[in-house]
Design a protein around this ligand. Structure first.
Ligand code: CP
Ligand code: NVA
Length: 302
C-alpha cells in the first residue's frame, strides 16, 4: 500500500519531526538530493495556483524527477471520467499523483484506487502542504514547535483545518479565532484533538483579542476562499478578525505574522503587518518548496 498525504493526519509526530528536519537540511543544501531521479509526478490543478504549482514543479525538478502538470480542462476528469479510473491509469505512468481540487472526496477516491502515493495540494477542506511549510517557518524562527502558541484568525477554512491537524501532531498550542458562523468544522477539530501529541491543544474561540494574547504567531488567510461565495455578511462577520497592529501588540514581543498568500492587504491583514518587520510571510512561501521536497522524498522513495 502506498503512503498518502490527504489531510496530514497520516503522519506520526516522529515522522513529521523527521520530515521537517529533512526540509531544513534541503533548504541548506538545495540541490543535494536526487531522490526522484527518473521518477515522474502528476500535478493536477483543478483550481488556480501560484505558489503550489511553482514550488511542486520546481521541487520535483530539483530532486531529479519529471513533473507532469495538468490543468483544469486538460484531462478527461473534467469531462466526467471517474476519479477511480483516473487513479488506475495514472498509476501506470507516474510515481505519485498530486491534486488541487474542491471536494475532499475526490482526493480520497483517487487515493483509494491509486497504487502510487496521492498528495493533497488543497481542497475546500484541507491544505496540508501549506501547514508543513508553516510549521517549518515556526521552527526556523523559534527553534522548536512544542508549546508554541499559534493563533489563526478569520475564516475557519481549509488552511485553519490543516494548521489544527498538523499543529496538533507537532505539539503546538493551536487556537482558531473565528466568528461562530464561520467556525472550523467540528469533525476536523475532533480529529485534530485525537491526533494531539506532546502536549498539543486545539482551542476554538470567537474572541480575537483574547486569542492573540501571548501568541508566538498570528496567522490569517483570505476571507473568501476559492470554494466560497462572497457576500457583505461574510465580510461583516470577519471584520473583527483582521490581523492588524492592535492584535500584533497583544502577542509576544517576538511574535511573527503569517499568511499563506495570496493576500488582500487592507482586508484580512493590514499592509503594515503584511510588509512589516515581524512578517514572515515570504519565508513561509519559500518554505513550501523545501517542505514539499522532503514530503516527496518521504512518500516516493520510502
Ligand atoms: N498558499 C497557496 O497555496 O498559494 P497558491 O494558491 O498560489 O498555490
Ligand atoms: N483558503 C484559501 C487558500 C488559498 C491558498 C483558498 O482555499 O482559496
Amino acid at each position: 500500500m502506498p503512503r498518502h498525504f490527504l489531510t496530514g493526519g497520516e503522519l506520526t509526530s516522529d515522522e513529521l519531526d523527521a520530515l521537517l528536519r529533512r526540509a531544513e537540511q534541503l533548504k541548506r543544501e538545495r540541490l543535494a538530493s536526487r531522490a526522484l531521479s527518473g521518477r515522474k509526478v502528476a500535478l493536477i490543478f483543478q483550481k488556480p495556483s501560484t505558489r503550489t504549482r511553482v514550488s511542486f514543479e520546481v521541487g520535483v525538478v530539483e530532486l531529479g524527477g519529471h513533473p507532469v502538470v495538468l490543468r483544469e480542462g486538460e484531462m478527461q476528469l473534467s469531462r466526467g471520467e471517474s476519479a477511480p479510473d483516473t487513479a488506475r491509469v495514472l498509476s501506470r505512468f507516474v510515481d505519485a499523483i498530486a491534486i488541487r481540487t474542491g471536494p475532499q472526496a475526490i482526493v480520497d477516491e483517487l487515493a483509494e484506487h491509486s497504487s502510487v502515493p496521492v498528495i493533497n495540494m488543497l481542497t475546500d477542506e484541507h491544505h496540508p502542504c501549506q501547514a508543513l511549510a508553516d510549521l517549518l517557518t515556526l521552527r526556523e524562527r523559534f527553534g522548536t514547535l512544542e508549546g508554541l502558541r499559534l493563533v489563526y484568525l478569520g475564516d475557519g477554512n481549509n488552511v485553519a483545518h490543516s494548521l489544527m491537524v498538523l499543529g496538533a501532531i507537532a505539539g503546538v498550542e493551536v487556537v482558531v479565532a473565528a466568528p461562530a458562523e464561520l467556525a472550523p468544522d467540528e469533525n476536523v477539530a475532533r480529529m485534530a484533538r485525537e491526533l494531539a501529541s506532546n502536549g498539543a491543544t486545539v482551542e476554538l474561540t470567537t474572541d480575537a483579542l483574547a486569542a492573540a494574547t501571548g501568541a508566538h504567531a498570528l496567522y490569517t488567510d483570505v476571507w473568501v476562499s476559492m470554494g466560497d461565495s462572497d457576500s457583505d455578511e461574510r465580510r461583516r462577520l470577519l471584520q473583527p478578525y483582521r490581523l492588524d497592529e492592535r492584535l500584533m501588540e497583544a502577542a509576544r514581543e517576538d511574535a511573527i505574522a503569517l499568511h499563506c498568500l495570496p493576500a488582500h492587504p487592507g482586508e484580512e491583514i493590514t499592509e503594515t503587518v503584511l510588509y512589516g518587520a515581524r512578517s514572515a510571510v515570504f519565508d513561509q512561501a519559500e518554505n513550501r518548496l523545501h517542505a514539499q521536497k522532503a514530503l516527496l522524498e518521504f512518500l516516493i522513495t520510502e
